[in-house]
Design a protein around this ligand. Structure first.
Ligand SMILES: [Zn+2]
Ligand SMILES: [Zn+2]
Length: 369
């Protein structure tokens, strides 16, 4: 099968023929319909998010189950699935405690380059390749852990379902699961790419009264207004701190989300948030970066600063629910798909993403997605 391989950090991906071993007893083979291109993939190309090479990148996919191992019970061939990059064990303290995105088995091994079992199923000319984020969706087929397969309704486009595998769940869950945005509240979102736009949609659905999108790209600001933002500002033209202060009668926002992955924006998010408000960090800053916050205010203002990994999601509950909301017209997720690509054009997709042209670029496979 064809797959996009990162042979070494800082190189272009090469689309080559690779071999995929059959699924083990607890594994599933899925034929990809669509795979989104995420900034995390690019950060692995550059080395900012290290993961072993040579590897097949991609971690935001959806497709149709093609074959299952002997012990698999939760999916069968023909099922439509979203691929989940947090294949939780279901038994550790985090899984038991309702925080499966932080699973003791899966979370520490996310970038180890194997499936959750430690196995590898990909080879190129007889040499093993690493997986990426338990998935490797820049390929026509994947073999993944059963726990990575989230069954979904068959009547939603798999291009949209693919985005639920990373960006949508990350942004939606940060708002709904982590910040628990309340009706009437104010929400400021820094960075409105695929994750930030999903957060804007979720804040609107949650009844937020004022939703401020902050992004330098004019077309992203315009799109954010179309999907639920009430204000959209260019941080290079408008002073964000005074804008939010004026908008909220001097109080500050109830919730701020940092979805751009820039450490310095976390401090700005902290500044624009009211006392006892919540700052949710969603974008992953570069490896080794630190965030500086004003020490006295951290105590006196009782603000909550928290991360949110994968939208703090419970994938089997949240992903089908998100797609139900899409199907009923309440989350316009199709607006996130800016452009589609063939697998051979994956590097063009990265170029377009880096040029700021995409909410999401999506690789499609075949003509049935
Ligand atoms: Zn991602
Ligand atoms: Zn677990």
């Amino acid at each position: 099968m064809r797959a996009a391989v990162l042979f070494r950090e800082r190189e272009r991906l090469q689309v080559v023929d690779v071999d995929l071993a059959p699924p083990g007893p607890n594994e599933v083979r899925v034929r990809l319909a669509a795979s989104g291109i995420c900034a995390s993939d690019w950060h692995t190309v550059t080395g900012a998010i290290p993961s072993p090479t040579p590897s097949v990148l991609g971690h935001e996919g959806a497709g149709i189950v093609d074959a299952v191992g002997d012990a698999v019970r939760s999916v069968a061939p023909g099922d439509h699935v979203v691929l989940c990059w947090a294949p939780n064990c279901g038994r550790c303290r985090y899984c038991e405690g309702g925080r499966p995105n932080l699973c003791s088995v899966a979370a520490p091994a996310l970038l180890a380059g194997t499936l959750a079992s430690g196995a590898r199923r990909l080879t190129y000319r007889g040499q093993p390749l690493y997986h990426y984020s338990f998935l490797s969706t820049f390929a026509e087929l994947v073999v993944v852990d059963e726990a990575s397969c989230i069954p979904i309704r068959a009547d939603v486009p798999l291009t949209v379902a693919a985005l639920v595998g990373c960006a949508v769940t990350t942004g939606y869950g940060a708002v709904v699961n982590r910040a628990k945005v309340e009706p009437g509240s104010t929400v400021v979102v820094f960075g409105v790419g695929g994750v930030g736009l999903s957060a804007v949609m979720a804040a609107s659905l949650s009844g937020a009264q004022q939703i401020v999108a902050v992004d330098p790209a004019p077309w992203k600001r315009e799109l954010s207004l179309q999907v639920g933002a009430t204000h959209a500002i260019d941080p290079h033209q408008v002073d964000v701190e005074s804008f939010v202060r004026d908008l909220t009668g001097g109080e500050g926002t109830d919730v701020a989300l940092e979805a751009a992955g820039r450490a310095e924006l976390v401090a700005l998010a902290f500044t624009v948030t009211r006392r006892a408000g919540t700052i949710v960090c969603v974008g992953v800053p570069s490896s080794g970066s630190t965030v500086a916050l004003p020490g006295p205010d951290l105590v006196r203002h009782e603000k909550i600063v928290t991360g949110s990994l994968y939208g703090s999601c419970r994938p089997r509950a949240d992903m089908p629910r998100i797609l139900d909301l899409y199907a009923s017209g309440r989350l316009p997720l199709d607006r996130l798909v800016t452009r589609t690509y063939q697998l051979d054009d994956v590097n063009t997709g990265f170029d377009d993403m880096l040029a700021g042209q995409l909410a999401r670029g999506v690789i499609t496979f075949g003509d049935w997605s």
